[in-house]
Design a protein. Structure first.
Length: 185
């Protein structure tokens, strides 16, 4: 008799257990190198491409075409609205990563979620970027993430927020990291 895989929140629990077991056996497969390339087009408009990455001990070839993201600025920031600005893209990435972390880790624990929606807001003062406030912050001063979670009790909601905070992007933002910038040789 064939059994159907048990899914929770859209994730196959056997597959999650298989990934965990593989990582316990060979921790090196947990090391990933994510990549993106970018090409300036005109003014504030530039385009990013995301396709290849290294993960699970090998180069990934599952993406036959790249994901393409246009970046721009609104007219008030001298752009032409051909895409979200990079700060908005960062906020989008943070929400996506925190939501996925929450839902996946909840599934691994057998917590079924009815629905999740979220909102992010970030405060930034562009005077620091423009050199008008030499000692001012050149990035976000504060980011606020709010989740609306349905289908679980209040205690589980708190647990789910803790799971969301395991997001790699959340942790990249709250902990200092080494970012290297160089010219192509």
């Amino acid at each position: 008799m064939e059994t159907l895989a048990k899914t929770v929140n859209g994730f196959d629990q056997e597959a999650i257990a298989g990934v965990v077991a593989a990582l316990q056996t060979n921790p090196e497969i947990g090391n990933f190198e994510l990549r993106a390339t970018n090409q300036w087009i005109d003014g504030a408009h530039n385009r990013s491409y995301v396709q290849d990455f290294y993960g699970a001990g090998q180069e990934d070839t599952s993406r036959t075409v790249p994901f393409i993201y246009d970046n721009d600025e609104p007219p008030v920031l001298l752009g032409t609205n051909k895409g979200a600005n990079p700060g908005e893209v960062l906020l989008h990435g943070l929400l996506g990563c925190m939501t996925t972390a929450m839902v996946l880790l909840a599934a691994a624990r057998g917590i079924k979620i009815g629905a999740v929606s979220s909102r992010v807001e970030g405060d930034i003062d562009i005077k620091g970027f423009l050199g008008m406030a030499p000692h001012g912050v050149k990035g976000f001063q504060q980011i606020r993430v709010t989740f609306d979670i349905e289908g679980v009790d209040e205690a589980q909601k708190e647990e789910l927020l803790t799971l969301a905070k395991q997001s790699p992007l959340y942790n990249s933002l709250i902990h200092p990291m080494d970012v290297q910038v160089a010219l192509k040789e």
